[in-house]
Design a protein around this ligand. Structure first.
Ligand SMILES: C[S@@+](CC[C@H](N)C(=O)[O-])C[C@H]1O[C@@H](n2cnc3c(N)ncnc32)[C@H](O)[C@@H]1O
Length: 286
């Protein structure tokens, strides 16, 4: 499925400082939709696009090829932004955008193991390297699995889910993991199994990809790499991410442009259900 960009108009309008041109870093280029919107609105900018996922790099490259050298795309984590900019000889930039989470094509591909709705191998890596969901589920101790589930999903059955996972190991596929989670639930909670499984999958994905650590690193890097008057916009999809962004934007380097996060209206949610939990916060470097 083609990825539909979330809060596109709000993101594009939020970077009004790009009116006269500048360098924009799209940290999560995905299918390239936000970058395309920005280039069309601000014809004098150039974009450095980043994604960890080789598939996103390919799709964004195809979708944005008509803009030529105005968009340069790199496969890496946005937590390495310092190194990337150093390598390009760029000291500071005018705009930084991160649209967190997954692209639709990542969720759709069974082989990547992101979705519990289809049986697939336990992977969940956005990039090619590092630990996978298979490692987390089969090699972590019960205490570690419980910590991952509790800290990253705030799921109240974390302890019993972790002990069920330990008993059922080895667990090789997404459907085996779903069964292990389901069987750990008390009967009164079984009717909520989909919500619970969604949360546990999200927690494992956060652990596999070090998502919160990378977000914190990006916010730290942004303080040094954004020009004065430059803007940063972050779209988050769950409360743990939003909390990190909210507190970072309270630091003295930033002046929030959005006092409250911008959220999609009913029309957007109806046409793209994935947008329903999105929150956009924008801040200016002072
Ligand atoms: C929601 S999608 C972005 C969609 C994009 N804004 C668009 O309009 O098409 C998020 C993307 O961020 C990438 N991603 C997540 N964490 C990353 C990280 N630490 N470094 C680089 N890319 C990351 C994912 O691989 C995914 O392609």
């Amino acid at each position: 499925m083609q990825h539909t960009s979330v809060l596109l108009k709000e993101v594009v309008n939020g970077f009004e400082n790009l009116q006269n041109g500048g360098i924009c870093v799209d940290c999560t280029i995905g299918g390239g939709g936000h970058t395309e919107g920005l280039i069309l609105k601000y014809p004098n900018i150039s974009v450095i696009g980043i994604d960890r996922d080789p598939q996103a790099i390919k799709i964004a490259g195809e979708n944005l090829s008509r803009f030529g050298m105005r968009v340069r795309i790199f496969q890496r984590s946005f937590s390495d932004l310092d190194d990337l900019l150093d390598g390009l000889g760029i000291e500071k930039v005018d705009a930084i955008l991160a649209d967190l989470g997954l692209s639709s094509f990542q969720i759709d591909e069974t082989e990547r193991g992101f979705s519990f709705k289809k049986a697939g191998p336990l992977d969940m890596r956005m990039g090619l390297n590092g630990k996978s969901a298979l490692d987390v589920v089969n090699n972590y101790s019960a205490e570690e699995i419980e910590r991952v589930i509790r800290d990253f999903s705030e799921e109240r059955f974390a302890k019993s889910i972790a002990s069920s996972i330990i008993k059922k190991r080895p667990i090789m596929t997404t459907d085996e993991l779903v069964k292990a989670i389901f069987s750990s639930l008390p009967s009164y909670a079984k009717k909520d199994w989909k919500k619970i499984v969604t949360r546990v999958f999200q927690a494992i994905r956060i652990e596999v990809n070090d998502e919160l650590v990378n977000l914190e690193k990006l916010l730290e890097i942004s303080k040094r790499r954004l020009k004065k008057g430059g803007r940063i916009a972050i779209i988050s999809f769950h409360s743990l991410e939003d909390r990190i962004v909210k507190y970072a934007f309270k630091e003295k380097e930033f002046m929030p442009i959005t006092k409250k996060p911008l959220i999609p209206g009913n029309d957007e949610i109806n046409s793209n259900t994935r947008s329903r939990s999105a929150k956009l916060r924008i801040s200016e470097r002072v």
